[in-house]
Design a protein around this ligand. Sequence first.
Ligand code: ADP
Ligand code: ASP
Ligand code: MG
Length: 563
Amino acid sequence: MITLKFGGTSVGNATNMRLVSDIIAHSSGRRIVVLSAMSKVTDKLNTAAQRAENGDSTYTDVLEDIKQQHIAACGELLTQSHQSGPLSQIIQHIHQLEELLSSVFLLRELTPRVKDLVASYGELLSSLLVSAHLKDRGIAHRWIDSREIIVSDDQYGNAKADLIATQANFSSKLDWNDLDILIAPGFIAANKTKHTTTLGRGGSDYSAAIYAYVSKSTELQIWTDVSGMMTADPRICAKASTIATASYDEAMELSHFGAKVIYPPTLLPVMHENIPVRIKNTFEPSHPGTLITREVVKSDHLACGISSLSNIAMIQLEGSGMVGIPGFSARLFDTLARQSINIILITQGSSEHSICIAVNEDDSDRACAAINQQFALEIHQQAVQPATPQKKLSIIAIVGDQMKDHTGISGRFFSALGKNGISIRAIAQGSSERNISAVIQSEDANKAILVTHEAFFEAGRKEVHVVIAGLGNVGSKLVAQIEQQQNYLLEKLRIDLRIVGLVNSRHALLDSNGINLSTHAQVLDACPSQTIQQVTDWLIERNLRNSIFVDVTAQGDFINHYT
Ligand code: ADP
Ligand code: ASP
Ligand code: MG
């Protein structure tokens, strides 16, 4: 038995759904197939619900959009003679949604329970379509409603499964008969009172892990739109590569720190049963992807991957009144726990003069208010200072089981950041040494990922960005020399030297991907003129790593902009 899960892009349109059914058809043995909603549909359902609650009648436009998206997919996916049943089911679901949302609109009230019920239609609709398509292709299977199987707690929007009750349902309610394939909507479950709940954004991964657990699957396959878990977010780092193998712990750390490819709670049920997880690409099925198991497999890289979390705020509790007095941290953590505020990172200097915590930015004002209330007396006595949040921060983390056996990892990490002028607000390293995290300004986050990736995964390769102002005799010679040396530098010294800006008194040619030096003269002449301010603004905004500014102008105009 294996469990396969397909994400939003994989079921994003009729073409992709066909790829999904091919993958299902080519696998063998008993299979449970868990499906996400079509891409963007959960967002759209949430938007519609929000608009209805706000009394904004345009919620109906969003609903219409959802309806058309599914009707179009149905029309493209199914042969004409097989369309009428699924079409009427889609229309029936949309009709139920209409009724739900019109009550929200009239009452101007959206309870968490209703919000989950609305969100559940995304997975109901997508799984209905895939099931109809399999039927159309003559692939025998049964569609099951996950709410009949997965029992969750009452935490609407972020429910957790009761594995024992779910196991009982799975064993008693499912009759496989001669069937090999079950199709189930992901993301949705029901609590003990049979109300629909959802398992958190990205929760179809978790649904699949729950099915893998209760069915004792020999493997959980997460089919997505990238070829496995990568060394960094591929949207930020073009040089990110697939991590061939990772331990559960590594995968958990990476996902907790922002690697969206797997939803963090997913790994708990499968770890429990030692079920291997394979992350695969629906659009490149032959790629081996990433295999996640309990073992730590030795690799050439000390770190396994880099990830980052944005929208972080830091709160500092600081004051001479804390030194040597036990119980301050306990009171701090207790205060936040009572407000259900999750602490993402903690640091305390050994002087005990301050404790620093990182929380989600959205929670930070509430956290400070609660802390200041809790420590009102100490603040009044000036033993501690009132807490205020520092916002617009990100956490960047390097993760790897092998880091603990090696020295110099933090040095390499922090020096990569330091050389690029990225200032570090706080640092945390767990005693497992599996994760080293640094809190930095959000505007530096992408640059931090790129330089850290270079330092750990690109074997000494370095991308250097050069801007040359002044293209007289000296400037032009320099450009010519760089053009001549570019290949040598790349091949022999692994320096990818790119000129990203050429500026003379009349024109500025700026391209953060690197200017083609064989044609730069003509291209530069056709570029508009830019003030020095515009050029420096461009540079600051791009925030390119390893950048060098060369001023070979004869005037002193640029000097005022150096800092
Ligand atoms: P699905 O809908 O299939 O669940 P998600 O959008 O939830 O897909 O997750 C896949 C996306 O996660 C990828 O498209 C990629 O942009 C993003 N991602 C972020 N960090 C990583 C990483 N370290 N490795 C792979 N993908 C990542
Ligand atoms: N459709 C849900 C979401 O977008 C669950 C999932 O796709 O995993 O969050
Ligand atoms: Mg996902």
